[in-house]
Design a protein around this ligand. Structure first.
Ligand SMILES: [Zn+2]
Length: 270
């Protein structure tokens, strides 16, 4: 539902409005950064635009991974500074429309996320789906695409910064971090090894998630299709939930990126 329309069960009350914000769909940090790494944080925000309330959810759901990637925006922002990289941060929650899912895919505007039903996403009509795509999905990806177009022959690698829950479906995940990829296997392996050296613990390869064409957007579209090395870095969210931990992880990732920077070649292979 949108502003001024019949919002049904998900109608935002005054209490729900605390999650609403007016602001841009994408926040660009350090656009002129000289690093070959271009950073995206598609799940940076848990806010919703005016008119959406909390999508009918209790406030506590917005502290959970279903609404955003805890700690990811802070690590990505610090990383942008440490390696002098441009960064694109999502303005709004993945529950509105997920910026790392192809529009129209089942999880793009989730009716259920993990086991939580999202009342404000139930049975949306085509107009509302189009509205979310046009107002929040496309501006984010247009900004990223314009930046990548404008880099010309500059060395470029695309990195999404994410976080994951320590326990999923009752099973504890053993990794502190994971590197996800499709076509950039050698680059991703080098990054995983660089992280392992600095962490002293194993890093997942395509764990805890796999990149899939029907389920992912950043790696296939902004990276693989352009011939740029592209990976997502996933950090376990309980390891980046205070300011000292965020600084530690930002430095570990920054040092790992510096160690593999020479692998980013100047001309992408078509
Ligand atoms: Zn994420």
């Amino acid at each position: 539902m949108g502003r001024g329309e019949d919002a049904g069960a998900a109608a935002p009350g005054a209490e729900e409005a605390e999650f609403e914000q007016s602001g841009p769909p994408v926040v660009v940090v350090n656009a002129e950064g000289r690093s070959p790494f271009v950073l995206l944080c598609e799940h940076a925000s848990r806010l919703l635009p005016a008119g959406y309330g909390r999508l009918g959810l209790p406030a506590a759901e917005f502290d959970r991974h279903i609404a955003w990637d805890i700690g990811a925006a802070e690590v990505a922002t610090r990383l942008a500074c440490l390696v002098d990289a441009p960064l694109f941060l999502a303005g709004y929650s993945r529950l509105l429309i997920d910026l790392n899912r192809p529009p129209g895919s089942r999880t793009s505007i989730p009716e259920i996320s993990e086991a939580t039903v999202i009342p404000g996403n139930a049975s949306l009509d085509g107009a509302e789906r189009r509205r979310r795509r046009e107002l929040w999905f496309e501006p984010f990806h247009r900004a990223v695409a314009a930046h990548l177009d404008g880099r010309g022959s500059r060395r470029t690698a695309v990195l999404g910064i994410h976080s994951f829950t320590p326990v999923f479906a009752g099973v504890a995940r053993p990794w502190q971090a994971g590197v996800l990829f499709r076509e950039s296997a050698a680059f991703a392996e080098a990054l995983a090894q660089a992280l392992e050296v600095r962490l002293g613990s194993p890093v997942g390869r395509n764990e805890p998630y796999r990149v899939a064409l029907d389920h992912d957007y950043t790696v296939p579209v902004h990276g693989d299709a352009r011939g740029f090395p592209a990976t997502l870095i996933e950090i376990r969210q309980d390891l980046v939930c205070d300011v000292f931990a965020i600084e530690r992880w930002s430095r570990i990732v920054a040092a790992s990126l510096r160690a593999i920077e020479h692998l980013v070649e100047s001309s992408p292979t078509p």
